[in-house]
Write a protein that binds this ligand. Structure first.
Ligand code: AMP
Length: 189
């Protein structure tokens, strides 16, 4: 069973690549941002979730871990999963590893789409023109990058130390990035 985490800053192309890989390898694509936007339609969660999303803040670990676990209950048996936007904190990463090891499954391999801030911010801002996402405004985008560097990027060291990290040049075009991911996945271990 293959489980993957697509990692990288906002604008790195995580969603696009996760979808392509999931389609090709018949894996389940789990986008935590999408899961949250869907869950926010539920009145039970609406206010709480939006109070973070609208400001580019991470929702609390406890909440996202609960939503992810619930979503996986229905999808775990269908084969592997491509995680997109999850995990984003060390606590989430360890919780996800436990979820796999508790079930006797190898923990997920991480594909890091490397991209410098300048290019990533430009991409997010041009996407914003066609997006109705509440968090694609410049001040919120800056907050999302700040949080990425503070809380999420340090996970790379965690995964590297466990020899589960694959690094990809995220500046290249969509098809090339996709080919490079496939190639590196084949060579990994
Ligand atoms: P994304 O679509 O991945 O850019 O996520 C959009 C927003 O959802 C983020 O800015 C956070 O507010 C929230 N979010 C997504 N994934 C997570 C996560 N793993 N942990 C906490 N908050 C998250």
């Amino acid at each position: 069973m293959l489980n993957l985490i697509i990692f990288g800053p906002p604008g790195a192309g995580k969603g696009t690549q996760a979808k392509m890989i999931a389609d090709k390898l018949h894996l389940y694509h789990l986008s935590s941002g999408e899961l949250l936007r869907q869950s926010a339609k539920n009145p039970e969660y609406n206010q709480e979730i939006n109070s973070y999303l609208d400001f580019g803040k991470l929702v609390p670990d406890e909440l996202i871990i609960k939503l992810i676990a619930k979503d996986l209950e229905t999808h775990f048996n269908n084969g592997g999963v491509v995680f997109d936007g999850y995990p984003r904190t060390l606590f989430q990463a360890k919780s996800l590893d436990n979820l796999f090891t508790d079930r006797g499954i190898n923990p997920a391999t991480v594909i890091n789409l490397e991209l410098e801030d300048k290019v990533a911010i430009e991409r997010v801002m041009s996407r914003a023109e066609n997006s109705n996402r509440s968090d694609d405004r410049l001040e919120i985008v800056s907050e999302r990058f700040k949080i990425y560097h503070e809380l999420t990027e340090p996970l790379l060291q965690y995964y590297k130390s466990k020899n589960r990290l694959i690094t990809i040049d995220g500046r290249l075009n969509i098809e090339t990035v996709n080919k490079n991911i496939e190639q590196k996945l084949k060579n990994h271990k």
